[in-house]
Write a protein that binds this ligand. Structure first.
Ligand SMILES: [Zn+2]
Ligand SMILES: [Zn+2]
Length: 448
C-alpha cells in the first residue's frame, strides 16, 4: 500500500473506496462450506417434512414491502435498500423473505394447488441497520412457510422443523419464546386499551415510544429503553385480550409443543413488530447464553430464528381472498458465528484421495485426460498447477494427506504410463494409461 497521494492525482483509489460495503462480507473456504453444509441439512429436514423449494428474486417492487410490513416498523421505515431503476421502477433489496414468498404464491396461482403449500427458501436479505453483535447488513436466512391453512398444527410444524434444524447444527439448549397477538377480531380492542394506557403516561416515555403510540402501538411492548420498563410491566398484554378463537388456537399450539417436548416460555411482551403478523409469534433462543432474568432492562438474547402467523399478509398484497399462513426463518449468520455451532460438511466437500503431479509440458498437455478418468470414477484429486520440481511436489503431496500420488512426468508422458505411489507404504508401480480405468477401480476398492 502506498501513502496518501491525494496531492498528486485526485482520482487515485484508496483502499476504502473498493472495500466491501459496511456490514457485508466475503464468505470463504471453511466458512463457505459451513454455510453450505447448514443449508443442505436444513433443506433435507424440510424435505422430510414435506416442504418444497422456492427461490424468489432478491429485488422486489417496493410496494411488496411498503404495503405489508406496516408504517412505523424499523424494517420498513429505516432499513430498506431502495433503488430507482433507469426505467423508473422503484425496487427494494428484499429485507425479509415472507412477503416475497406470499407474492410468489399469489402470482403463480398456488391457491389452485392442494392446500396448504409448504415451501422452504434460502438466501441473502438486506437491512440498512447498524452492524453490531450478530447483525449484518447482508444477512442469510433459511425460511419455511406454510400457506393456505389456519390450522394450529401448521404453526407447530414450523417451530418443530426449525428447532430440529438448529439441533442438528449443534444447538442443544433451545427455548421457544412464544406469544399470541390476536387477530383482526380481538386486536383492535386491545390496541385501543393499550394506547389509552400509554397516553396517560406519555410524559414518562422514551421519544420512540411517544411516536409508537401513534404509528405502531404494538411495538410499545418490546421497547428496550430503561424509561419505559416500569410502564411496560403493568401494560395490558395481547394475550389477555384474545377472543375465543385466538385463545383456542394458541392453546392448541402450546399443546403441540408440550407433546413434542419442545421447551417454551410464554413471553407476553413478544410482538415482532411487523404489521402482517397475527396470532402466533415466536422466537427461538439458546437458553445457556441467555438465562431468564426477571425484571427490567433485560438485555434480550439474540434469537437464532423467529416467525409467526401472517393471516393478513395476502390481503395487504391485493389478494381478494384471505390466505391464512404461518412461517419462520433461521438467521444463518448467527448460527454459523455462534460458539455452539457444529459445522456440517456439505456433500460437495471431498477429501482428495489422489495427489496428482504433472511435470513438464508434454505431461501437462495429457494431464486433463487422466483427471477425467479419475473424476468419472469419483476419485477427487488435489494438484499444484504451477510447481515443476518433483521434490517440491512430493512434499506438498505428503502434506495434503492424500493416500495416493500419481506422478506423470516427461518420461511417463512419452511412454503413456503413470506412476502410482502409495503414500503410506511408499511402494510405487507403473501403470499403462490404457489400463488406468481398471487401476482406478482397484484403487477405489483399496481406499474404501
Ligand atoms: Zn420506549
Ligand atoms: Zn382473536
Amino acid at each position: 500500500m502506498t501513502k496518501d497521494t491525494s496531492s498528486e492525482k485526485p482520482k487515485k483509489l484508496r483502499e476504502e473506496d473498493i472495500a466491501s460495503p459496511k456490514g457485508m462480507r466475503d464468505i470463504l473456504d471453511k466458512e463457505y462450506y459451513a454455510y453450505q453444509g447448514f443449508f443442505e441439512k436444513a433443506a433435507e429436514i424440510a424435505s422430510y417434512y414435506g416442504f418444497r423449494p422456492i427461490e424468489t428474486p432478491i429485488l422486489e417492487r417496493e410496494a411488496v414491502f411498503t404495503s405489508s410490513l406496516g408504517v412505523g416498523t424499523d424494517i420498513r421505515d429505516k432499513e430498506m435498500y431502495t433503488l430507482k431503476t433507469k426505467g423508473g421502477d422503484h425496487l427494494v433489496m428484499r429485507p425479509e423473505g415472507t412477503a416475497g414468498v406470499m407474492r410468489a404464491y399469489l402470482e403463480n396461482g398456488m391457491q389452485a394447488l392442494p392446500q396448504p403449500v409448504m415451501l422452504y427458501n434460502y438466501g441473502p436479505y438486506f437491512r440498512h441497520e447498524n452492524p453490531q453483535r450478530g447483525r449484518l447488513r447482508e444477512l442469510r436466512q433459511f425460511g419455511l412457510e406454510i400457506l393456505g391453512t389456519s390450522k394450529s398444527i401448521a404453526d407447530a410444524t414450523i417451530i418443530r422443523a426449525m428447532t430440529l434444524i438448529l439441533d442438528e447444527a449443534g444447538f442443544k439448549n433451545l427455548s421457544v419464546e412464544i406469544n399470541s397477538i390476536g387477530d383482526k377480531e380481538c386486536r383492535s380492542g386491545f390496541i385501543r386499551e393499550l394506547t389509552s394506557y400509554y397516553k396517560k403516561q406519555i410524559d414518562a416515555l422514551c421519544p420512540n415510544c411517544k411516536d409508537r403510540i401513534r404509528t405502531n402501538p404494538l411495538r410499545l411492548l418490546d421497547c428496550k429503553d430503561a424509561r419505559c420498563q416500569e410502564i411496560k410491566i403493568k401494560a395490558p398484554t395481547p394475550i389477555d385480550s384474545l377472543c375465543n378463537d385466538c385463545r383456542h388456537h394458541f392453546k392448541e399450539v402450546i399443546e403441540y409443543l408440550e407433546e413434542m417436548g419442545i421447551p417454551y416460555h410464554i413471553n407476553k411482551n413478544l410482538v415482532r413488530g411487523i404489521d402482517y403478523y397475527t396470532r402466533t409469534v415466536f422466537e427461538i433462543i439458546e437458553i445457556d447464553t441467555a438465562p431468564p432474568v426477571e425484571g427490567a432492562e433485560v438485555s434480550t438474547p439474540l434469537s437464532l430464528g423467529g416467525g409467526g402467523r401472517y393471516d393478513l399478509l395476502a390481503k395487504s398484497l391485493g389478494s381478494k381472498k384471505d390466505v391464512p399462513a404461518v412461517g419462520g426463518a433461521i438467521g444463518v449468520d448467527r448460527v454459523i458465528m455462534s460458539p455452539s455451532h457444529k459445522p456440517i460438511n456439505p456433500r460437495i466437500l471431498k477429501k482428495p484421495k489422489v495427489y496428482f503431479i504433472q511435470l513438464g509440458n508434454e505431461a501437462k498437455l495429457k494431464s486433463f485426460g487422466i483427471i477425467e478418468v479419475l473424476r468419472k470414477a469419483h476419485v477427487p484429486i488435489a494438484q499444484s498447477l504451477s510447481k515443476d520440481g518433483l521434490g517440491q511436489q512430493l512434499a506438498i503431496a505428503e502434506r495434503s494427506g492424500a493416500p495416493f500420488t500419481i506422478i506423470f512426468g516427461q518420461k511417463e508422458a512419452l511412454d503413456n504410463t503413470i506412476i502410482a505411489r502409495n503414500m503410506e507404504t511408499r511402494s510405487q508401480e507403473t501403470v499403462k494409461l490404457a489400463d488406468l480405468p481398471d487401476f482406478v477401480k482397484h484403487l477405489k476398492d483399496e481406499l474404501r
